[in-house]
Design a protein around this ligand. Structure first.
Ligand SMILES: Nc1nc2c(ncn2[C@@H]2O[C@H](COP(=O)(O)OP(=O)(O)OP(=O)(O)O)[C@@H](O)[C@H]2O)c(=O)[nH]1
Ligand SMILES: [Mg+2]
Length: 525
């Protein structure tokens, strides 16, 4: 804290801030993995929230509200003049007409506005925020207690009831009246702290008046009430000289300062603040246990997925996609009299060939879809089996596979269409394929290459004959595209598991927020 701020009790409300921040971060904590002891951690978390919401925060808010200092006293005693002089600004009108102040004026530090907003008094007073008011105090210039106006008397007495501290202002000529002593007795009964300001004391009477007043206070057992004597400034308008009110201001500042902040903390049961620390530490440890479990589970899942992706890729390379309809379909159209069997150079039969390739294309797209779908299922199975092998892992992820339906994109259908489009684009962009395109159309040429890529031997022969050795590179590239798509589907099959493991609550430094909150609390005890 900067030295200049040392006499402003910002620390007082920052305990409230610290506990509010703690509350926010505890509320944001989640334990997604069903690891051992997680139920305990969840229960401890909600118990901590209850403790903060039901006890500590309301108490801190109450204690952090600025202390109300009511400047009260007899009519025309100079209450408004003293308040204005304390603030070095004419905030509250003073004057010769009695009474001058009709509506109480509450002055506070701008930083305390929020803490005051809920105060029941606020509705009945004029409110002004001024930097000159010590933070942690609200100063109220009250109407006259002995007013001719009943409304003034009522308001002034009501303010005294609400006050944490009374500053009773009277004058050298009036302090012998009954009123000051009635008010002092009332303060003593209520055990309210108070100070007395004796205004307009003629210089020559100073010593005598002080002696008399102190004797009277001691008689009533109030010898410790601070007494401020203010010299008679003579006929004047406006503020009293600063030095005149400096002792009062210093006393208020001390009250509002760190002493008060310390007593707030003391009254907040230091014990309950201290007991929060191990509690928060325990939650941080529970978050860390989740993070550690996530690291292990993610490792298991990734290894299983890598294996499944490798198996799926191998089946693409070994021609499994073409097994069944694609290879059979090509063969049934490739006999000596079939549209794919006759010479590809002959112009005659080109229309039938294009039609036959369209049918092959449909079979290919269906076969790709089947392969991609089974890759996705393989991924889903692989992740679950990996977790089940590890009994704790299966429990940790609980019902995740069924409970969290995630339609990860692209779907197998979309991926199949994407692969076909990709093959067409590769063929369209390759000048070496021109001859094949002339013989079977652009789509037909792409179908030949795709069929070759998934392992239809006859299609490879056609490609080799029309394109030559360059056909191999094109075919390998299209096969690699499909392998990539299949591997992606394997990983997408485990999307729900992987999504859970990627939760923000399980990131490496998830526990550090609570650790930080604990360290802040420690600074307060
Ligand atoms: N001569 C003299 N006049 C003072 C002194 N202090 C205040 N006054 C004057 O006394 C009059 C009343 O002062 P206020 O500050 O309005 O008194 P108040 O207690 O707020 O009055 P109410 O709000 O009506 O109860 C004003 O005209 C002030 O200028 C002083 O030390 N000497
Ligand atoms: Mg006044």
């Amino acid at each position: 804290m900067a030295a200049a701020d040392a006499d402003r009790p910002v620390a007082k409300s920052s305990l409230l801030d610290a506990v509010s921040d703690l509350r926010r971060d505890v509320a944001a904590t989640d334990f997604p993995l069903e690891i051992p002891e997680v139920e305990l951690a969840r229960a401890r978390r909600s118990a901590l929230l209850d403790q903060l919401d039901d006890h500590l925060l309301p108490r801190l808010r109450e204690l952090s509200a600025p202390g109300l200092v009511v400047v009260a006293g007899s009519t025309g005693a100079g209450k408004s003049t003293i308040v204005n002089s304390l603030l070095r600004e004419e905030v509250s009108p003073s004057g010769v007409l009695r009474p001058t102040t009709r509506r109480p004026m509450l002055l506070h530090h701008p930083a305390d506005a929020d803490l005051l907003a809920a105060h029941p008094l606020i509705a009945d007073v004029d409110v002004l925020a001024r930097d000159a008011v010590p933070r942690g105090l609200a100063i109220i210039d009250a109407p006259d207690l002995d007013s001719l106006l009943a409304t003034n008397r009522t308001a002034a007495h009501r303010l005294l009831e609400a006050a944490d501290l009374w500053i009773f202002v009277t004058t050298a000529s009036r302090y012998g009246d009954a009123l000051p002593w009635q008010v002092l007795d009332r303060a003593a009964q209520r055990r309210t702290s108070m100070a007395m300001v004796l205004n307009r004391v003629p210089a020559e009477a100073l010593v005598a008046v002080r002696g008399d007043l102190l004797a009277r206070l001691r008689e009533r057992g109030m010898g410790s009430v601070p007494l401020f004597l203010v010299h008679d400034a003579g006929p004047h308008e406006g503020l009293l000289p600063a030095a005149t009110v400096t002792p009062i201001l210093r006393w208020l500042t001390v009250l509002a300062g760190s002493d008060r902040a310390q007593s707030v903390i003391a009254r907040t049961q230091r014990g309950s603040l201290a007991s929060l620390q191990p509690w928060v530490e325990e939650l941080a440890d529970a978050v860390q246990a989740q993070v550690d479990a996530r690291v292990e589970l993610a490792e298991l899942v990734e290894v299983a997925l890598a294996r499944a992706a490798e198996r799926a890729g191998r089946s693409v390379r070994t021609g499994a996609v073409a097994d069944g309809p694609v290879r059979n379909g090509w063969a049934s159209r490739a006999g000596t009299r079939g549209p794919l069997g006759r010479s590809w150079r002959a112009r005659r039969g080109q229309a039938q060939r294009t039609g036959a390739l369209l049918a092959v294309a449909a079979e290919l797209s269906q076969a790709a879809k089947v392969s991609l779908t089974s890759a996705r299922q393989a991924g889903e199975r692989a992740a679950l089996i990996a977790l089940e092998c590890d009994a704790a892992g299966a429990r940790a992820l609980g019902e995740v596979a069924t409970g969290r339906e995630i339609v990860a994109q692209p779907t197998p259908e979309e991926a199949a269409a994407e692969w076909i489009r990709g093959t067409q684009a590769r063929v369209a962009g390759d000048p070496t394929v021109a001859r094949l395109v002339r013989q079977s159309g652009a789509e037909g040429a792409a179908t030949v290459i795709a069929a070759a890529a998934v392992g239809v031997g006859a299609a490879r022969v056609v490609a080799q004959q029309t394109i030559g050795d360059l056909a191999r590179g094109l075919t390998i590239a299209c096969a690699a595209d499909l392998e990539t798509a299949v591997a992606e589907q394997v990983r997408l099959g485990a999307a729900n598991v992987r999504d859970l493991l990627a939760s923000e609550h399980l990131v490496d430094d998830a526990a550090s927020v609570l650790r930080l909150r604990r360290a802040v609390l420690k600074g307060w005890t």
